[in-house]
Design a protein around this ligand. Structure first.
Ligand SMILES: *[C@@H]1O[C@H](CO)[C@@H](O)[C@H](O)[C@H]1NC(C)=O
Length: 307
């Protein structure tokens, strides 16, 4: 049952890693990955309107310039200085969208618009991949609406930067190779589990006979101890109790009918040694073993006593 639990955990981990979007990064529908977190700055960026007003903004972080007379100053994503107090053009947002292949950042819920009701200022920034831009690039205002600085309440910004280019995810454990390894382990666990259940309930096998055997005789001179060692190391790092599977499989190989034996580089040279090896393996057996083998020490799967 531990194996079933382990398999479930692995599958859940795989599913979870596919879902979570890190702050300020995004995958588009085709899986292309964008990471704008490199644009988050200690010193605010600024842009200037056609009439000459200066605005300060940051990316995925509140503005670092000190604001004046603004509520929730820690959540302001962009603002301009006005005589009667600062004017916010939107709240910080760490969720990025992708539209037409360009990352898009929307900041809503800024200050109340001068011109109307409960409408609040908002800003849309379209990031455009441009590898010719060195450093971070600069935001550039495309349009503000209404079009006068005094009443402007919606801001459209274009930002050319290499940070907007598709990139690859950092090789976190769940990225890249880790994902492949986990998938393979999940498949092996599922296969082993299925084999045991099949052998037990469909073929009516008992004891070691119901364990899956790997046809190592088709791969001559496999040094199984090295494989076992690395599998154990990996699984124990993963916190999965699968080392037992390794030892069970090899146990079955050792005690098999001589055909499976040929695959092992380290063969028992005598019956004593064989019995010793079997004995060692018996010692490893404990309550935690996912499947308890009921078999007298020294007896192999054929029922032959080797002592
Ligand atoms: C943050 O951005 C997302 C995606 O564009 C948007 O749905 C959400 O309303 C934004 N939130 C704020 C507070 O701006």
């Amino acid at each position: 049952m531990k194996c079933a639990t382990a398999a479930t955990l692995v599958l859940l981990a795989l599913a979870a890693s596919a879902r979570d979007e890190k702050s300020c990064t995004v995958h588009d529908s085709e899986g292309t990955y964008y990471d704008l977190s490199g644009l988050t700055a200690k010193k605010d960026y600024s842009f200037t309107t056609f009439e000459g007003r200066e605005y300060y903004i940051n990316v995925c972080k509140s503005v670092q310039t000190e604001t004046w007379a603004l509520e929730d100053s820690g959540e302001v994503g962009g603002f301009t200085r006005k005589d009667r107090g600062d004017f916010s053009i939107g709240k910080v947002n760490t969720t990025i969208d992708v539209r037409d292949g360009h990352p898009l950042l929307i900041m809503k819920d800024g200050s109340n618009c001068i011109a109307g009701g409960d409408l609040k200022a908002s800003t849309a920034i379209r990031f455009i991949c441009d590898t010719s831009v060195t450093s971070t690039g600069q935001p550039q205002l495309l349009a503000e609406l209404p079009p006068q600085d005094t009443t402007a309440c919606a801001f459209f910004i274009e930002w050319r930067t290499s940070y907007a280019c598709p990139t690859s995810e950092g090789v976190g454990f769940f990225g890249g190779i880790g994902f492949i390894i986990l998938s393979i382990i999940a498949l092996i666990v599922a296969w082993a589990l299925f084999t045991v259940l099949w052998n037990r309930f469909m073929l009516g096998l008992r004891g070691a006979d119901q364990l899956p055997t790997i046809p190592f005789d088709s791969v001559p001179n496999v040094d199984l101890s090295a494989v076992k060692g690395s599998v154990r190391k990996f699984t124990s790092r993963m916190g999965l109790n699968m080392g037992r599977w390794g030892s069970r499989n090899s146990f079955q190989g050792f005690s098999g009918d001589g055909i499976t034996r040929s695959g092992f580089s380290r063969l028992p040279s005598s019956h004593e040694e064989a019995a010793h090896m079997l004995g060692e393996d018996e010692d490893e057996e404990d309550i935690e073993s996912p499947i308890q083998i009921v078999r007298p020490p020294g007896m192999d799967s054929e029922g032959n006593v080797r002592l």
